[in-house]
Design a protein around this ligand. Structure first.
Ligand code: SF4
Length: 428
């Protein structure tokens, strides 16, 4: 039985119990939220991951080849690095090399659930087989979705919400950045060239059949996500979101679990409204945001621009954060970029969980506060998000004063105050 169907029947499934145990939440309440679509349970091999309301904010790391750089070994290294630093899921966005082989290798080796964007492969194979993306037949698209599901992919990004109506709206209200979603761009090109409706929207029942057969989670993509602050929260973005809300209801009626993808590039002050709109229009379905990036002027630092947006989005209710690496807008990320991206997203997700008031979220910080007060450098290192970085900075210089760092040396504020307040400071 599908995860959602069993939750609707009031069954506390193995997956729900597993997630409830890891997240320390009540299994019956979690099953209720899964039944209502507010939480989803992803399955990967014999493990499960929960995403949504009342659960820890999750982070995703995108990896994958490009037409210019296609090496399976490098992608496996990126996957391992991302998981080592705390990625909850991996998305394989490969568009170069032997895409089937790379996906199978990633799914086989990954300790966490894997997602894909099947339109990429369907488009690439159509170009290779027929000479043009616009010659892609809808059957090809559905066949690739099924192929990914059969390989053990846990969730798939499908841009089902772009319609001919959305395109009319876009033409009437042109953007500065038009369309920056790769999958969205493929589909829109196809729709314009063929003069036909988006097959993922028109044949949503076929999407649901595949999802039901494999308990594949639909991550309903945001093909119209803004690609710059100028275009944020515009009519095309909202048009697609309205369609995604309707499709969410249809999917739920079939017992299919849904995640909604969101922007993108948004000024910081518009983030709360974006989360509210998604949650209202999509009836509480988990919200998966790409960043969002809060400024467009920091190429090379977009792991920071996105982490700022992710923290605010998470705090206001976003459930799932797609990392952005320093390479965003510039090149295919390497292992170091992946690590930087994961750490930035993890900091954002953790900050969001504290802001959400998630039970136990601030315990980690409390332990660090105590270690800092005691100047217990070993403990601080152990608790730090990246102990290797801790070492490289802490060991860079040595203070002449015992048990302080070189920031203030013998004028260490904590040590100075300790002399006068003694050991009465509450450290346990
Ligand atoms: S020297 Fe300054 S920065 Fe270092 S532990 Fe003491 S108060 Fe903190």
């Amino acid at each position: 039985m599908l995860e959602k169907q069993s939750a609707v029947k009031g069954i506390v499934s193995r997956g729900v119990k597993y997630v409830a145990g890891r997240e320390k939440v009540d299994p019956a309440q979690l099953a209720e939220r899964v039944a209502e679509g507010r939480d989803v349970i992803l399955k990967h091999k014999n493990a499960y991951l929960g995403i949504g309301e009342g659960l820890r904010t999750k982070i995703n790391a995108n990896i994958g080849t490009s037409p210019d750089i296609a090496d399976t070994g490098s992608e496996i290294e990126k996957m391992k690095a991302a998981c080592r630093f705390g990625a909850d899921t991996i998305m394989d966005l490969s568009t170069g090399g032997d895409i089937d082989k790379i996906r199978k290798a990633i799914v086989h080796r990954s300790p966490v659930p894997v997602g894909t964007v099947p339109i990429y492969q369907a488009a690439i194979e159509s170009i290779e087989e027929k000479g043009a993306l616009t010659k892609m037949e809808p059957d090809k698209l559905f066949e690739v979705i099924e192929r990914h599901a059969e390989d053990g992919v846990s969730f798939a990004t499908l841009h089902c919400g772009i319609t001919l109506g959305t395109l009319e709206r876009l033409k009437k209200n042109p953007r500065k950045t038009m369309v920056v979603s790769r999958g969205g761009a493929f589909l829109i090109s196809w729709m314009i060239a063929r003069g036909k409706e988006n097959p993922l929207y028109e044949n949503f029942d076929r999407v649901l059949e595949i999802a039901k057969k494999h308990d594949l989670i639909l991550s309903l993509g945001d093909g119209m996500r803004p690609g710059g602050l100028t275009d944020s929260t515009d009519s095309s973005q909202i048009d697609e979101l309205l369609t995604l809300g309707e499709l969410t209801r249809t999917a739920w009626e079939s017992g299919v679990q849904v995640i909604i993808e969101g922007p993108g590039h948004i000024p910081i002050n518009q983030i709360p409204a974006n989360v509210l709109l998604q949650k209202r229009i999509c009836m509480g379905a988990p919200f998966y945001v790409l960043g969002p990036l809060v400024t467009d002027v920091a190429p090379g630092y977009d792991h920071i621009t996105s982490a700022i947006g992710a923290a605010v989005a998470g705090w206001h209710g976003a459930d799932y954060i797609c990392y952005v690496t320093p390479s965003e807008h510039l090149s295919l990320p390497g292992v170091e970029d992946v690590i930087e991206g994961v750490i930035a997203a993890k900091i954002a997700a953790h900050a969001a969980d504290i802001g959400k008031g998630l039970k136990g979220a601030a315990d980690w910080d409390y332990k660090m506060d105590i270690a800092r007060t005691k100047r217990d450098w070993q403990e601080e290192r152990k608790l730090s998000i990246n102990p290797a970085r801790f070492d490289s900075l802490y060991k860079k210089h040595k203070s002449a004063e015992k048990d302080v760092c070189t920031m203030c040396g013998k004028y260490c504020a904590i040590k100075t105050v300790e002399k006068y307040l003694g050991t009465k400071i509450q450290t346990t």
